[in-house]
Design a protein around this ligand. Structure first.
Ligand code: LRH
Length: 482
């Protein structure tokens, strides 16, 4: 079979990209043709996503993709999880909320009063995150009754591209309304919580053809049609599909969040998994993503945003990270403390945390950055350990993928803190996972997830980090492997 070219649309919580991927039996090659910021907007009723603006960027990106690859065959969309649009007769009835909007607190209590956390976990297998879709839907209250359909963000973009209405399963698994045992919508749970089950769109597995481009979209990208298919539309599902996992590997999919865990065949629903904050999200091909959300590089990017506002100009991140690498005896704090979830002055919140816990407060930006990376690495290491213990698996190596794979200090600290070898890359694991599944759906490659990973594994370049003893002064050097 000949290689195929497809466009992977990957919308992250801080930036989006359209990637042209060439995929065939010889492997995959990625070319980012369009990159754009994803900047939330605060309106009178709270923090929202500019989904219409994002759709315009997607169409612009597809136009560039078709121009660079006139034989482009398909497109599929993935994005961050849990957030959604409400529609009535095809029209959006409100602007989608951002999951970092604090409106869900009351809804969490309402839900837990009706279905306690343990019972909820037994049904949906999800770690408690206050922004899981079901809490947001309950927070929507009466607004829900103006809608006939809820579409999660990637399904919404797919709908605007193709007209198709559906709920791709990997992302549907992050709503809290999917039954972890049957894989179907838990309509009883929805009804109990006052969510009209009729708004839940028909489930669609990843790897389905859902149509072609709508005529006006086709026209906007130069008169070219594309097969629109589903992939792991939850970005983390695509990221893990694009991670070349060995049998004893854990992963850290590190971008805005650090998603840390294991790929399993079956969910772990033991109560210890719930209290340890582990989730059982749906992966591509029915695999289970057993993981915990660690706060992630959000802490650093949001700190940088604060500093850039103070300075009124862009900050030199590589200089900051170089200074951070030199810091001695850094502060280690609990990155998962809920105070770090909402946008705002993260450095000030870290200082407050240190003061409350009688720890030394970071004195400057380098110390703050180091505290963030050191604490993330510590959380990654502890989470890998706990995941292995809960799943009864042995872990010998950690794969770090996503933008965090470029952060050499973070990767080295993760190796140091875990005592395990760290392999970093691919940086664009999400786009890669998206493209691999598309290529299989369009018959350019075949096989299960491991066969797809093996395809790219042969040519993948990764950086290797070996654990240094915590007190040694071994310089920070990444080694190229493979
Ligand atoms: C990462 C991610 C993560 C979700 C969060 C809302 O982008 O999709 O897996 O928990 O965003």
């Amino acid at each position: 079979t000949e290689p195929i070219r497809v466009a992977a649309v990957d919308l992250g919580a801080t930036s989006g990209r359209v990637v042209v991927a060439e995929v065939g039996p010889g492997g995959a090659r990625l070319d980012v043709v369009h990159r754009f910021a994803n900047t939330p907007v605060r309106l009178t009723d709270g923090l929202h996503w500019d989904v219409v603006g994002l759709f315009r960027e997607v169409v612009d990106g597809l136009r560039l993709a078709v121009r660079s690859s006139p034989d482009l065959a398909g497109v599929a969309v993935d994005s961050w999880a849990v957030d959604y649009a409400l529609l009535r007769e095809g029209r959006m009835v409100s602007t989608p909320f951002h999951y970092r909007d604090p409106r869900n607190a009351a809804a969490v209590e309402t839900v837990h009063a009706k279905v306690d956390p343990a019972a909820l976990y037994a049904r949906n297998g999800l770690q408690h995150l206050p922004f899981n879709t079901l809490f947001q839907l309950v927070a929507d209250g009466a607004h829900l009754h103006h809608a006939d359909t809820m579409l999660l963000v990637p399904d919404l973009i797919g709908h605007w591209l193709s007209g198709h209405v559906g709920a791709e399963v990997t992302n549907a698994s992050t709503t809290g309304l999917l039954d972890v045992t049957t894989g179907g919508w838990d309509t009883d749970l929805a009804t109990t919580l006052g969510v009209p089950p009729g708004i839940l769109a028909p489930l669609v597995p990843s790897g389905s053809r859902i149509g072609g481009l709508l005529p006006h979209v086709r026209e906007e990208i130069g008169g070219h049609d594309l097969a629109v298919t589903t992939v792991g539309s939850h970005d983390t599902a695509s990221a893990i599909a694009g991670t070349v996992l060995g049998p004893d590997d854990a992963y850290v999919s590190c971008g805005t969040w650090g998603l840390v865990g294991l790929e399993l065949e079956r969910p772990v629903l033991a109560d210890e998994a719930r209290t340890a904050g582990f989730t059982n999200e749906g992966g591509v091909d029915g695999r289970v993503r057993f993981l915990h959300n660690v706060m992630g590089l959000w802490l650093l990017s949001e700190s940088v945003r604060t500093w850039e506002r103070e300075d009124g100009r862009p900050l030199d991140l590589s200089a900051l990270l170089a200074a951070a690498a030199e810091v001695e005896a850094p502060l280690v704090f609990d990155v998962d403390d809920p105070r770090f979830l909402a946008p705002g002055d993260i450095p000030e919140r870290i200082r407050a945390y240190a003061a409350e816990h009688d720890l030394r407060r970071p004195a400057d930006r380098a110390e703050t950055a180091r505290a963030i990376l050191e604490s993330l690495a510590a959380a990654f290491a502890a989470t890998v350990d706990r995941a292995a213990e809960l799943a009864g698996r042995r872990v010998r190596r950690i794969q770090v993928v996503g933008g965090g794979a470029l952060n050499t200090l973070l990767c080295q600290l993760t190796a140091d803190r875990s005592g395990l070898e760290v392999l970093a890359g691919p940086v664009e694991a999400t786009a890669l996972g998206n493209a691999l599944v598309q290529a299989r759906t369009l018959d350019a490659v075949s096989g299960d997830l491991d066969a797809l990973r093996a395809l790219v594994g042969r040519t993948l370049e990764q950086q290797r980090y070996l654990p240094r003893s915590v007190h040694s002064k071994t310089p920070l050097v990444a080694r190229k492997v493979m």
